[in-house]
Design a protein around this ligand. Structure first.
Ligand code: ADP
Length: 468
């Protein structure tokens, strides 16, 4: 900015200088000077000098241009004074030469180095002295006038030189100061940039921390929700437990007392014994389930590998459940895909039995009309060499009350029941599916559910097929 300002100033002064030189030319013409040629030449030279200086200014900067300008002007001054013809009115030339050259010198001075300023000033005074001497020698009649003019001009030159010298000094120190400030502000800028970078990094860190906190928060909310759910499940479980234990116990106690009635008919006694038996079985199954789920929870359950004929196992289950499905008037079917020889597989028999009996028990419990169908399908080939690729898909399908889609994700959790009110009506502790799932996991299988509220359910268990 400063450099531009100086350049503009420099150019303006050049233009003023040229205008001044032209004014002297007009002055010459008006006063019919005989040396128009010299005046014109001096003007042309000054104009050329301005142009060259501008060119140098553009190419090499202000300082070089200022120095060159000052030196050329002084040289020009020396030549100009030396070629003054002896017979002209020296006063005009003296005034013209001195002022036009000094005007240019001023310009150069402002931007030249201080050594050049000193040299130029000395040369100017020397030249003025020389002009003074020539003038007094040629026109002694004006000697007094020249002396006054000389003293005046010498004095003015000295004063102006001193002023310019210090103005230059101030300009230089201003430039230095400005440069320093620019440097400082550059440093500050760098500092600011570094700070900005730091702030940005901190900001990013904060955002990451906030994100992590939000995540932790949502995790905590989930955990709280889960804890609340677990708490509810626990309460529900205890309620169910008291129901599941008390009902059969009451049955057992009540009917054992009734057995004591004298003269009881054989048929009635048999009925009572039957009820006591059933209640005991129910109680036993509840206790079994509780023991099983706690065993599974401690991860102490071992997986055995038995040779199982799945066709026979399913037929056994069919026989057990058939009487109960008949009682409910349900169509009960079994689907086996493999022949008896192919259906010999290596599996933990007890676990498979447990899984299927739990699923069948549920199907029976939650189906009031329609059908229950179960069985298996083979996915892949029965070829022994491709064992790992083959899976056996067991299924239990019913036309019962179904399970709402929202419940699917949590239905295999411990103590989970689709609808507590319904479950109270149907009985159960919410352990059957969780036992089935954990056992399926132990068999390296997966259990899935397809169901819709009111549209029946299909439970599928996919287990690796290890044919014997
Ligand atoms: P529960 O002892 O309560 O039957 P389960 O773990 O066996 O416990 O089943 C959990 C819940 O899943 C049941 O309470 C019931 O709501 C639902 N459910 C299980 N099987 C079926 C089915 N075949 N049809 C409809 N609902 C079922």
């Amino acid at each position: 900015y400063l450099e531009n300002l100086k350049a503009i100033f420099f150019i303006n002064i050049c233009i003023i200088g040229i205008a001044l030189a032209n004014a002297f030319l007009i002055f010459d013409i008006l006063y019919k000077s005989e040396n128009l040629l010299i005046s014109s030449l001096s003007n042309i030279s000054v104009t050329l000098l301005c142009l060259i200086s501008l060119f140098i200014l553009k190419k090499h900067g202000l300082k070089v241009a200022g120095n060159l300008f000052s030196i050329s002007i002084v040289l020009f001054l020396l030549i100009f004074i030396n070629i003054i013809p002896k017979d002209i009115p020296v006063l005009y030339k003296f005034i013209q030469g001195f002022y036009s050259i000094f005007a240019f010198l001023l310009v150069g001075f402002l931007f030249a180095t201080r050594t050049i300023i000193t040299i130029s000033s000395v040369l100017t005074i020397a030249t003025t002295t020389r002009v003074y001497l020539i003038a007094t020698k040629n026109q002694p009649e004006y000697a007094n006038l020249f002396t006054t003019a000389f003293i005046n001009h010498a004095f003015v030159i000295i004063i102006i030189t001193v002023i310019i010298y210090y103005a230059n000094k101030f300009t230089q120190s201003a430039i230095e100061k400005a440069n320093e400030e620019i440097k400082l502000s550059g440093l500050k800028n760098e500092e600011l940039l570094a700070n900005e970078e730091l702030i940005r990094a901190t900001n990013e860190e904060l955002t990451a921390t906030t994100d992590a906190l939000v995540e932790t928060n949502s995790e905590l909310i989930l955990t709280i929700k889960k804890a609340e759910e677990n708490d509810n499940l626990k309460t529900e479980f205890l309620n169910n437990m008291s129901h599941e234990v008390r009902t059969p116990m009451n049955g057992i106690l009540g009917f054992s007392q009734l057995l004591d009635i004298p003269n009881l008919k054989d048929k009635t006694r048999k009925q009572y014994i039957n009820i006591i038996e059933q209640s005991s079985m129910q109680l036993l199954s509840t206790i079994d389930n509780i023991i099983e789920i706690s065993k599974l929870g401690t991860k102490q359950v071992l997986v055995e590998q038995n040779t199982v004929n799945i066709n026979s196992l399913l037929k056994e289950l069919y026989a057990i459940f058939k009487s109960q499905t008949d009682k409910k008037n349900l169509l009960f079917t079994l689907n086996t895909e493999l022949n008896d020889e192919e259906s010999n597989i290596l599996i933990d028999k007890f676990k498979l039995y447990k899984i299927l009996s739990n699923l069948l028990g549920n199907a029976l419990k939650f189906t009031n009309k329609g059908f229950i169908e179960f069985g298996y399908q083979l996915k892949g080939s029965i070829n022994k060499n491709e064992l790992s690729k083959n899976e056996i898909h067991f299924f239990v399908k019913d036309s019962g009350i179904g399970i709402h889609k929202e419940q699917h994700a949590s239905i295999f959790n411990k103590f989970a029941q689709a609808e507590p009110t319904l479950s109270r009506q149907y009985g159960g502790l919410g352990l059957g599916l969780s036992i089935a799932k954990e056992n399926t996991d132990l068999l390296n299988g997966t259990i899935t559910l397809e169901s819709e509220k009111g549209k029946g359910s299909i439970f599928k268990i996919c287990i690796p097929y290890k044919r014997i």
